[in-house]
Design a protein around this ligand. Structure first.
Ligand SMILES: C[S@@+](CC[C@H](N)C(=O)[O-])C[C@H]1O[C@@H](n2cnc3c(N)ncnc32)[C@H](O)[C@@H]1O
Length: 322
């Protein structure tokens, strides 16, 4: 018998508080996953609340639909990409909502499910698609991109200092079809690179040498940075008065995109810094709830090590409805 898929929602209580969830409120969970956050948002908004859950992974949709079925019409579930959040919400009557959650990245279920290709800890096809029914796989990318493009991708999305060496080795040894083939190749490159023992940092935080390359490919396969940048712009337009956006990110590239968006929208003037008089007419539309990011407690990280790199940012809509 196989165990039921699991995913422990990160900073659950913090999210319910950050979104100020109230009875009768309307909420969107743009990253439904297994429905952990959605369950808490749906429960805290009853009676009278409504929740729309979105995910691109059909397995997540199936599992979360069952888990949330007791809420009946109060919970609506949609399969799609959150970059399309505006049309998904419009089609289901979810405009002017009180809160929107993005819990970025992959779920534990996706990491643990055999055959998805996200993990170098198992030997399986090099896939990494959150939606396994469409788009390029990681194997398509490593086997077709030219060396310069591969190196740029591994550098930009993986912040991997051996990116050029890894790209050269991939091109020399492809086709590569499995997670193990790629992980072994990266490990070999790291072993022979100057400095010798790999690219995984120093001290107790050392990571497997293939971690950054796998992260880079996963981000590229799923268009993750582009998705969040597009989604945030449209999410703002869905907020009602004092509606809030909460984003949990797990690596610096995601967090940078969120931080940049929130800071730009929180400024009254976006003229160049040396310009003496403001001519832009820009007005702030969001207020960051706190300049500081919220991180999980030590107790949460001890209970759920996958929470350790999580960072939460929250912003509130100000002024007129967008
Ligand atoms: C970290 S998990 C969310 C877990 C969820 N909060 C829970 O409590 O179970 C992220 C989920 O978002 C989905 N996802 C990531 N990027 C997406 C995108 N651009 N569009 C739609 N779903 C996305 C993934 O498929 C995954 O199921």
């Amino acid at each position: 018998m196989t165990a039921a898929p699991q995913h422990e929602p990160v900073m659950l209580q913090e999210i319910v508080e950050a979104l100020g969830v109230r009875h009768g409120g309307r909420y969107v969970d743009a990253t439904l996953g297994l429905g952990g956050h959605s369950s808490a948002l749906a429960a805290a908004s009853q009676p009278g609340g409504r929740l729309l859950g979105i995910d691109r992974d059909p397995n997540a949709i199936r599992i979360a639909s069952e888990r949330l079925s007791s809420y009946g019409d109060a919970v609506v579930i949609a399969r799609g990409e959150f970059a399309d959040i505006a049309s998904i919400c419009d089609e289901r009557g979810f405009r002017l909502v009180d809160g929107i959650l993005f819990d970025l990245g992959v779920s534990s279920m996706q990491l643990d499910m055999p055959g998805r290709g996200f993990s170098f800890m198992r030997d399986e096809p090099l896939d990494m698609r959150m939606d396994p029914e469409g788009g390029m796989t990681a194997a398509d990318i490593v086997n077709t991109y030219d060396e310069a493009r591969l190196a740029a991708l591994i550098w930009e999305y993986g912040e991997e200092r051996n990116s050029r060496r890894i790209a050269r080795a991939i091109v020399a040894r492809r086709p590569l079809h499995t997670t193990s083939a790629l992980a072994n190749l990266v490990e070999g490159v790291a072993r022979h690179a100057p400095g010798g023992r790999g690219s995984g940092g120093r001290g107790p935080e050392r990571i497997h040498p293939a971690t950054r390359t796998f992260q880079a490919l996963r981000i590229a396969v799923n268009g993750e940075i582009d998705q969040i940048e597009r989604a945030l712009v449209d999410a703002e337009g869905l907020l009602g008065p004092s509606g809030r956006i909460a984003v949990i990110s797990f690596h610096s590239l995601e967090d940078r995109a969120v931080k940049t968006f929130f800071r730009d929208r929180a400024r009254d003037c976006i003229c160049p810094p040396r310009q003496p008089v403001c001519t832009c007419d820009h007005r702030a539309t969001l207020r960051e709830i706190s300049r500081k990011i919220t991180r999980p407690t030590e107790a949460e990280v001890a209970r759920n090590p996958r929470a350790r790199s999580a960072r939460l940012r929250v912003a509130e809509h100000i002024g007129q409805a967008a």
